[in-house]
Design a protein around this ligand. Structure first.
Ligand SMILES: Cc1cc2nc3c(=O)[nH]c(=O)nc-3n(C[C@H](O)[C@H](O)[C@H](O)COP(=O)(O)OP(=O)(O)OC[C@H]3O[C@@H](n4cnc5c(N)ncnc54)[C@H](O)[C@@H]3O)c2cc1C
Length: 383
């Protein structure tokens, strides 16, 4: 597989790298401390086209390939993983959903505003009682005349505080169980929809995460996305590709933590010499670098396979599994190389350590990725 980047891909990567270095790096610590992504930063991100990376050109998007997309997420995540997940949810979950399953009216109504970053969006699948087993969700959207009437609660909704549209998965036919779930576009001013307070998280603090609840919330039937009662298929098909974004996010965090570790190990002296001179430190760095390289290869392969339309489900889960584990491993080792200084906020590795943790949890836990990989292996080995 050829990972020689094209001129366009190099340009996407380098532009994102410059934005991350010049704009995000100086404020990353402050964003984390204030647990907030300011509106002006979202606006600048929108101006770069990052909220419309995967939107079709005819609707004002950049329509870039998946490897370019992974490169942008990787670069942004090096400095601000919280902004990266807002970009990722918008593109690989919401824009992909509307592009693939939306009616012409829905595409014309939403895609230009999403592509321009005028609208930020959220993806609402998880619930208090439904996480890995997403099909057990309880939120209902029962037809009444020309409306769906929503009742229920969605948890962990990324970007909820500033989102204009929410893709909500809810039961539309209770008699059909998991086969009675639909995906419906809900606008933020829908009466009966309420946002909770921001969750107080361990990491990814600048990302806005909230509960969204519905009490007799009426939404027109025309907001149904795709076929009625086929929502779970929609949800899983989106997550499958969305995981490339999380793999790239984890890769970016690992690379940034590694760079901090090398730089600190060169500066810090103990026993009269920089700690990078100790073989114990060098072995740590060797292991970290090897795992990062393997993560990069798996992530880029997953992106290229997704674009080519070749089988990719197992490969995307492998990339997400390994990159997220690598981010945690590398961030942990980077803290260790910093000693006590890695345990305080003065050094960025403390944040990388906290931010890395989520990559093994959302868009399918580590265990969920292993289930996907194992299922594919069982099928392959049956042939
Ligand atoms: C910061 C943050 C942002 C998020 N953003 C979003 C969002 O925007 N939209 C959204 O819909 N969701 C979002 N989520 C939710 C996230 O996707 C879920 O947290 C995740 O899917 C896991 O679900 P859970 O937390 O209910 O854990 P559970 O499913 O309860 O799992 C608990 C543990 O049990 C394990 N487990 C569960 N089932 C099995 C099994 N069959 N075999 C082996 N082990 C198993 C899990 O792997 C895990 O270790 C977000 C979560 C967080 C923390």
């Amino acid at each position: 597989m050829d990972f020689n980047l094209s001129e366009d891909q190099i340009l996407m990567r380098d532009t994102a790298r410059e934005f991350a270095e010049k704009r995000l790096k100086p404020i990353a610590e402050e964003l984390d401390a204030k647990s907030h992504l300011p509106a002006e930063l979202l606006k600048e991100t929108a101006e770069l086209g990052y909220f419309g990376l995967l939107a079709p050109e005819e609707y004002g998007g950049l329509a870039i390939d998946y490897l370019s997309y992974a490169l942008v997420i990787e670069e942004i995540s090096k400095m601000c993983a919280a902004l990266a997940i807002a970009i990722s949810v918008q593109n690989s979950l919401v824009i992909k959903a509307i592009s693939r399953y939306g009616s012409d009216e829905q595409k014309s109504k939403y895609l230009p505003k999403l592509a321009a970053g005028e609208y930020i969006s959220s993806y609402c699948l998880s619930e208090p009682g439904a996480g890995t087993d997403a099909g057990s969700l309880q939120c209902r959207a029962i037809r009444s005349g020309n409306d769906f009437v929503f009742n229920g609660t969605k948890s962990w909704v990324t970007s909820a505080g500033y989102a204009t549209i929410f893709l909500v998965f809810a039961i539309t036919d209770p008699a059909k169980g998991r086969k009675g779930i639909s995906c419906i576009i809900v606008e933020k001013d829908a009466k009966g929809m309420n946002l909770g307070q921001p969750e107080k998280k361990m990491g990814l603090k600048a990302s806005d995460t909230r509960e969204v609840s519905f009490v007799d919330c009426n939404v027109p039937v025309s907001q149904l996305l795709g076929e009625e009662n086929h929502g779970l298929k929609v949800a899983f098909s989106l997550l499958e590709a969305g995981r490339v974004g999380v793999a790239a996010q984890a890769l970016g965090i690992a690379e940034a933590a590694f760079a901090e570790a090398v730089s600190y190990a060169r500066e810090r002296k103990q026993f009269g010499q920089p700690i990078i001179e100790f073989q114990a430190t060098q072995f740590k760095l060797a292991e970290m670098a090897t795992r990062i390289d393997a993560s990069r290869l798996l992530t880029y392969r997953a992106a290229v396979l997704y674009d080519s339309g070749e089988p990719h489900v197992k490969e995307i889960s492998m990339a997400k599994l390994f990159s997220s584990q690598t981010a945690n491993y590398v961030a942990n080792e980077a803290v260790q190389i910093h000693g006590g200084y890695g345990y305080v906020k003065e050094y960025a590795v403390e944040r990388y350590f906290r931010d890395a943790r989520i990559t093994e949890i959302y868009e399918g836990t580590t265990e969920a990725q292993k289930m996907v990989i194992a299922r594919a292996l069982m099928q392959e080995t049956q042939r």
